[in-house]
Design a protein around this ligand. Structure first.
Ligand code: IPM
Ligand code: MG
Length: 351
């Protein structure tokens, strides 16, 4: 069995704690299933600025491109707020996404029945079920469009999409829908934005190749409202970069805690990048109270991407049984209180 090389980008804030927990779980998977994982720690984000002066050192990019999978904690924090915009920790994250060609960001939001009480939504809304897959375009749109400042001190960013950028992410969404409930809701602002009109046109073209999938279009403001009104209506939510950023945070809160949701970013590299959808939470860093579950579930998505499906299900089941046993980090609501490290150990023991 060949060894899998995992690059770990622990990052800043709670990043090192949550990736430690996930690596512990992966080691348990290795033991149980006879798999060999090598973990190669690289710097990205604020920690890289501190060591090398830049958020994304060349050595990190090279290691990620050559890896079988990249596991990321989180980057950023107030310590680096005074950095110029082009040298902020977040630039490291955006840079590695672009360098690895990771155009497809998959953010599943599912509700664990035991955690329903932590959700801000009423139980009668939740009882219809929440199983949404946000498919976010990740290396285009306003995040990467032309930007600048004008002579009179105004500032601008540009939402720009090419047909091929829309087509490839739409295909990911429709392919996924075929494995799920066969429904794609495409999010745009086509009543105002030209780029959204193009988005809609291309999505309609792609849909023609998937007659079994039901497609509907929703303006982003309405989608934000519908998501809290009745999340059960959504299966795959196909979004441009910024709308997906916003709606995935909203979707995560429906499930009770943003600390639960993993994401995978896939594209042109064989390795994907796997991370929690939450940030570096500098306010709770180093206190052993962060929830490592999103990162552990991101590791499960990485296992799937390496064709280790039984291993991935084992991780998900271990998370499920630890939750069912009542263990909770503080963000998860009432229960047997555990910290980040203990939560990771419990999941690893359950593998
Ligand atoms: C996310 C984050 C990032 C983003 C930030 C940290 C640049 O919010 O992954 O959702 O906006 O993409
Ligand atoms: Mg975000």
């Amino acid at each position: 069995m060949s060894k899998k090389n995992i690059v770990v980008l622990a990052g800043d804030g709670i990043g090192p704690e949550i990736t430690d927990a996930a690596v512990g779980v992966l080691r348990a998977v290795g033991k149980k299933f006879g798999r060999e994982f090598a973990f190669d720690y690289k710097d990205m984000g604020g920690c890289a600025i501190d060591k090398f002066g830049v958020p994304l050192p060349e050595a990190t990019v090279a290691a990620c491109k050559a890896a079988d999978g990249v596991l990321l904690g989180a980057v950023g924090g107030p310590k680096w707020d005074s950095q110029p915009a082009e040298n902020r920790p977040e630039k490291g994250l955006l840079g590695i996404r672009a360098a690895m060609g990771l155009y497809a960001n998959l953010r599943p939001a599912v509700i664990y029945p035991e955690l329903a009480s932590a959700s801000p939504l009423k139980s009668e809304v939740l009882s219809r079920g929440v199983d949404v897959m946000v498919v976010r375009e990740l290396i285009g749109g306003i995040y990467f469009g032309p930007r600048g400042t004008t002579a009179d001190g105004a500032a601008y960013d540009t939402e720009i999409y090419s047909e091929s950028e829309v087509r490839r992410i739409a295909e990911v969404a429709f392919d996924l829908a075929m494995t799920r409930r066969k429904k794609v809701t495409s999010v745009d602002k086509a009543n105002v934005l030209l780029s959204s009109r193009l988005w809609r046109k291309v999505v309609v073209e792609v849909a023609e190749k998937y007659p079994a999938v039901e497609l509907n279009h929703m303006y982003v403001d309405n989608a934000a409202m519908q998501l809290v009104k009745d999340p059960s209506q959504f299966d795959v939510l196909l979004c441009p970069n910024m709308f997906g950023d916003i709606l995935s945070d909203e979707a995560s809160q429906i499930t009770g805690s943003i600390g639960m949701l993993p994401s995978s970013s896939l594209g042109t590299c064989k390795a994907g990048l796997f991370e929690p959808i939450h940030g570096s939470a500098p306010d709770i860093a180093g206190r052993d109270i962060a929830n490592p579950i999103a990162t552990v579930l991101a590791a499960a998505m990485m296992l799937d991407n390496m064709d280790m499906h039984a291993e991935a299900r084992a991780v998900e089941n271990a998370v499920g049984s630890v939750i069912a046993s009542g263990y909770r980090t503080p963000d998860m609501g009432e229960g047997k209180r555990v910290g980040c490290r203990k939560m990771g150990e419990l999941i690893a023991e359950n593998i």
